[in-house]
Design a protein around this ligand. Structure first.
Ligand code: URP
Ligand code: ZN
Ligand code: ZN
Ligand code: ZN
Length: 484
């Protein structure tokens, strides 16, 4: 059984050309003119692109006394509906829990996944068992990325000594550390102060974590990574201060990657001043939405290459869950959705406005991510041998985003009312058509875990360099006598 995507224009991170694509056994087997197959998908007028990869989602995440409401079934379905064919979720061990036990718990959530997925492992505490288990996680469990929360004091947060120890371990294992960069001590103090002053509404969430708080933590994480001799990936980069730190580090030759979210690129802080409590609370996430200058900085980062990929941090809570925080903004579960909307929103606000080329769009939604996370070209490519995770993108299809028609399980959408032009005609997950225009044909359990090996090329290059410039004892000939 073979499928041919016919009559479209292939768009990759570096090429745009007319060709058909033939798929067999879930992989791409041929690319060229005039191909035939058992099943033909009409791609005329469309772009044939690598399916989107969302490197940052939280499905069924235990957080702030509840669980995020999209699970691996609804979350991957939402992704596919918007052209995203793979997600990377975060395994979050309790501070005293075995990483391996936590990983088993995370795998237990995935049996109904409609699309492929992988995991980052979070380091939420530090001891010898964590040190030892990191090796098993990398060598046996197919995970090469470790997440560190510099915020959420008293819950997920780790301190500098713990982070430095973990970053150093990542360097030994050829793994990549990730950071949520906000100064958690300052945020905790600001929250207490705002509450004491009677500032208890959702807008206080934004006041508690201004851009400087993120910029400082980003600089600190970059320094720690440089000292440890390891690359660094900064999740949800939301502001100029953090982007500036990343830009400066890269300009100095450091291997630092920044990940803006589609929410931060397109929504701003005015959302928190809405008179409707629910409206504002539904948009509470960390870092918070920023002003237009920060948004311009993030777009410029994508254009110039100082920021590498666009994610969602999809962590969807219902309005009822958000209302845990009525009267105390610190109890509003942090997180927003976006999995279904990332690609259409980025196309509409990026490609259709001329901010991004189509090839840049593919790079930041898929290929760069696959390379950084070391799963290219299995994922993120239209190449013979690559998984047939493909989106046939119709640049003329439009819709108005609405909670009423979304795949996500929650009762609202932070992009409600936005008109998007550019949507999937087909989304294929390993060759299976999961979406055909607005018809959902997903298959529960089709999704598979994607193993990712350590020692990506950048890790190798960096460890070679660090070894070359490592401190070396000077063997001296004339040593003066001591103790005189
Ligand atoms: O507010 C957010 N971002 N919630 C999800 C957890 C995290 O910090 O990424
Ligand atoms: Zn699994
Ligand atoms: Zn975070
Ligand atoms: Zn997150």
């Amino acid at each position: 059984m073979s499928t041919v995507i016919k009559g479209g224009t292939v768009v990759t991170a570096d090429l745009t050309y007319k060709a058909d694509v033939r798929i067999e056994g879930g992989v791409i087997v041929e690319i060229g003119p005039n191909l035939s197959g058992d099943e033909v998908l009409d791609a005329s007028g469309c772009y044939v692109m690598p399916g989107g990869i969302d490197p940052h989602v939280h499905l069924e995440m235990p957080f702030m006394g509840t669980y995020s409401s999209d699970d691996f079934e609804s979350g991957t379905r939402a992704g596919l509906a918007g052209g995203t064919t793979m997600v990377v979720d975060f395994c979050l061990p309790a501070p005293d829990q075995s990483l391996l036990d936590a990983l088993q718990m995370w795998h237990n959530k995935t049996s109904r996944a409609n699309a492929d997925y992988s995991f980052h492992m979070a380091i939420t505490g530090w001891n010898k068992r964590v040190f030892d288990e990191m090796e098993t996680v990398v060598k046996d469990k197919g995970i090469n990325t470790f997440k560190h929360f510099m915020a959420y004091k008293g819950a997920l947060m780790v301190n500098d000594d713990e982070m430095f120890a973990s970053f150093s371990r990542c360097a030994e294992l050829g793994a990549l550390p990730l950071v949520h960069a906000e100064n958690g001590d300052v945020v905790a103090a600001m929250c207490a102060k705002l509450l004491a002053e009677g500032n208890n509404g959702p807008e206080a969430h934004a006041y508690s974590r201004p851009a400087e708080v993120e910029g400082e933590a980003t600089n600190r994480a970059i320094m720690l990574a440089d000292m440890a001799g390891v690359p660094l990936y900064v999740v949800h980069t939301s502001c100029e201060q953090a982007h500036e730190a990343i830009r400066r580090a890269r300009q100095k030759g450091m291997r630092v990657y920044g990940e803006p979210l589609i929410q931060h690129l397109t929504l701003d802080e005015s959302e928190y001043f809405n008179k409707d409590w629910d409206h504002a609370a539904r948009r509470v996430m960390s870092p918070p939405f920023r002003n237009k200058q920060h948004q311009d900085s993030l777009w410029a980062g994508l254009q110039s290459g100082s920021l590498s990929c666009v994610a969602t941090d999809h962590c969807a809570f219902t309005t009822d869950q958000k209302r845990f925080g009525v009267g105390d903004f610190t109890k509003i579960p942090n997180g927003t959705g976006g999995l279904e909307d990332r690609m259409p929103m980025l196309w509409t606000y990026g490609v259709a406005t001329g901010r991004l080329t189509m090839n840049e769009f593919v790079a930041v939604t898929s290929t760069n991510i696959a390379k950084i996370l070391n799963m290219y070209p299995k994922k993120g490519a239209i190449l013979v041998g690559a998984d047939a995770d493909i989106v046939v993108w119709d640049p003329k299809r439009s819709k108005t985003i609405s909670a009423g028609t979304q795949q996500s399980a929650i009762d609202y959408n932070v992009f409600e009312g936005k008109q998007v032009t550019g949507l999937p005609r087909f989304t294929l997950t390993r060759g299976m058509v999961a979406i055909e225009e607005s018809t959902v044909k997903t298959r529960e359990g089709h999704g598979e875990f994607v193993r990712r090996e350590p020692f990506q090329a950048v890790n190798k290059a960096l460890s070679t360099w660090k070894e070359l410039v490592a401190p070396r004892k000077v063997e001296r000939t004339g040593i003066p006598a001591t103790g005189v």
